[in-house]
Write a new protein. Structure first.
Length: 566
């Protein structure tokens, strides 16, 4: 017989491989039982959904094990960095629901210490100044199966290297004239260990240190040492840094004089269908005007998702659902969209909106008469309450909800057929009014007063229910119908002679003039609603009191696969 504790044990979720490592370290007393992670973004662009996974992982591990997580900007390349990116990254992390407390750091905080460590390596004969160009150095590196060639400057004297490095720091040389390289092993099968660059010359203004420096450390030289300074226990990186780990450890071996040392562990980065995850490529889209900025709702950036109407809970749930893998894989974007629908279904109030209006005149409803109908705001949340919907003689319905020559299984409005107006009455179409070109301009219908929703006395039933808005009360809105930015599952793969932009979806955005209930009159940016029978929408930051603007977040169901298979 299974006892209660055994049942509880079987319900406990399995640990991912990083959690298994951490729990083993804790059980062995490693790092004195501490768990201290960090999220180290480069401030050279906005964060995307791949970074969101890393944020959730690093901050989530710290929360789970009562540890700490630092935010540290890897600001070692002033040419590509900007305060705008620093601010946006902090905003995105807080929006996702995480907080670094007072542990906001920059690699530039450690420039003096990193320089001193570089001098230490020179004095120990483990680093040297190379006068060759980047192209010459690259040509000498060899291949994975062929050793590299040593630089002709590899055996310079310690005194000469110290002098040249000091002069590099003093600004005597032009950009690219010299680099400081670590003296490791030009025959190593790991290309990262073939005398990697430690410092390069860049006469560029830094957003924090100004013009104090004209030499800047390479990522590999700054990363592990910054972890060490901050006493990070678990340096969690994506898989492309796996080959960098021996160099990470080599640098630490040269500077560490304590028992403590950080440990690097790699996990699979997030790859999603129909999405590019390279900041370089996303920057191309922004700079070439293919999208309207980093926060364009078609972009896979966190700010773009926020503007589109995604919730932080849905992104965190998505990250939890896909888990942490050891090997690269590709996640269907439909899983992300499902997480968004699942969350919004519980939170978003329902409203009626008509995006392709067709006028309906209820000929037997009194002119200049209006009544107030009651509607439930969210059937998934009783606390959301109800709202008042005005009803009158003239309405808008969706044009797709009427068919003049309707098949038998068309259960919406058609000539001489009845349909229910949601929260209101049955109406029957009697006349179809057309213009001189034969286009349908309006429908003349009659209503059955005994079929009022919730209070009607009629026992008759109809199979179809459609949404509507009162013409005299509806608010006009611009509705942006966003679709996927790319047409192919792997946009990075393009035809010969073309790049990833050739896979862009020309119909990723269309704008229609729609009408919504007056309930939305006080809507503000980032308010989220479900347009009944249509999808989830978010009020855009461009919205004003004079003109509402909505972004489509996701349709009510995944229609993309069906559309692409036609």
């Amino acid at each position: 017989m299974t006892n209660h504790s055994e049942k509880e044990e079987t319900k406990k979720p399995s640990l991912n491989f990083i959690e298994q490592i951490i729990e083993k370290e804790i059980s062995e007393g490693k790092h004195d039982g501490r768990v201290h992670t960090r999220f180290p973004p480069e401030p050279n662009g906005y964060l995307h959904i791949g970074h969101a996974k890393s944020i959730c992982l690093n901050f989530g591990l710290a929360q789970k094990y009562n540890g700490l997580c630092n935010l540290r900007f890897d600001d070692t390349n002033p040419v590509k960095e900007d305060v705008e990116y620093v601010d946006s990254i902090q905003e995105d992390i807080k929006w996702l629901g995480f907080d670094w407390g007072d542990r906001l750091y920059y690699a530039s905080d450690y420039f003096d210490q990193l320089y001193d460590w570089a001098v230490k390596l020179i004095k120990e004969g483990k680093a040297y100044v190379d006068d060759q160009s980047a192209e010459e150095i690259s040509a000498q590196r060899g291949t994975p199966s062929k050793p590299g060639d040593e630089s002709p400057y590899r055996n310079r004297s310690i005194e000469e290297n110290l002098d040249l490095f000091a002069r590099m720091k003093a600004g005597e040389f032009e950009d690219g004239a010299r680099v400081l390289r670590a003296k490791v092993d030009m025959a190593s099968p790991n290309m990262q260990l073939r005398d990697p660059a430690m410092y390069r010359i860049k006469h560029a203004h830094h957003h924090r240190t100004g013009d104090d420096w004209c030499i800047y450390p390479m990522y590999d030289f700054a990363h592990g040492q910054s972890d060490y300074i901050e006493r990070i226990t678990n340096s969690i990186c994506t898989l492309e840094f796996e080959v960098h780990r021996p160099l990470y450890d080599w640098y630490l071996d040269q500077i560490i004089d304590t028992e403590y040392r950080p440990v690097q562990t790699e996990f699979a980065r997030l790859n999603i269908t129909y999405t590019v995850m390279s900041k370089r490529k996303l920057l191309q889209l922004v700079e070439a005007g293919h999208v309207n900025g980093w926060d364009d709702p078609r972009m896979p950036t966190i700010s773009g998702f926020r503007r589109r109407g995604y919730t932080p809970e849905s992104i965190r749930n998505f990250a939890d659902r896909i888990g942490v893998a050891k090997r690269d894989n590709v996640i269907d974007v439909a899983l992300l969209e499902h997480a968004v629908r699942e969350d919004l279904n519980k939170k978003a109030n329902r409203v009626m909106a008509v995006l392709d209006p067709l006028k309906v005149v209820i000929t037997n409803y009194p002119e200049d008469q209006y009544e107030e109908l009651h509607a439930i705001n969210n059937p998934e949340d009783e606390s959301a309450g109800s709202r008042i919907i005005p009803f009158g003689r003239e309405l808008y319905i969706e044009r797709s909800d009427f068919m003049e020559d309707a098949p038998k299984k068309f259960f919406r409005l058609a000539p001489n057929r009845e349909v229910r107006l949601k929260y209101a009455y049955f109406i029957k179409c009697n006349d179809v009014i057309k213009d001189e070109d034969g286009n349908i301009t309006e429908l003349h219908c009659t209503y059955d007063i005994d079929t009022k929703s919730g209070t009607g006395t009629s026992t008759r039933k109809v199979k179809g229910t459609i949404h509507w808005v009162s013409i005299d009360h509806a608010l006009e809105a611009d509705v942006r119908l966003y679709d996927r930015l790319f047409l192919t599952e792997n946009p990075d793969v393009a035809e010969e002679g073309k790049d990833f932009k050739s896979n862009m979806n020309p119909d990723s955005l269309s704008v229609v003039k729609g009408y919504v209930e007056p309930y939305m009159v006080n809507a503000k940016a980032e308010d989220k609603v479900q347009f009944e029978r249509t999808g989830y929408f978010c009020v855009d930051k461009d919205s004003t009191a004079e003109k509402l603007v909505f972004n489509r977040t996701v349709p009510l169901r995944d229609s993309w696969a069906k559309k692409m298979n036609k």
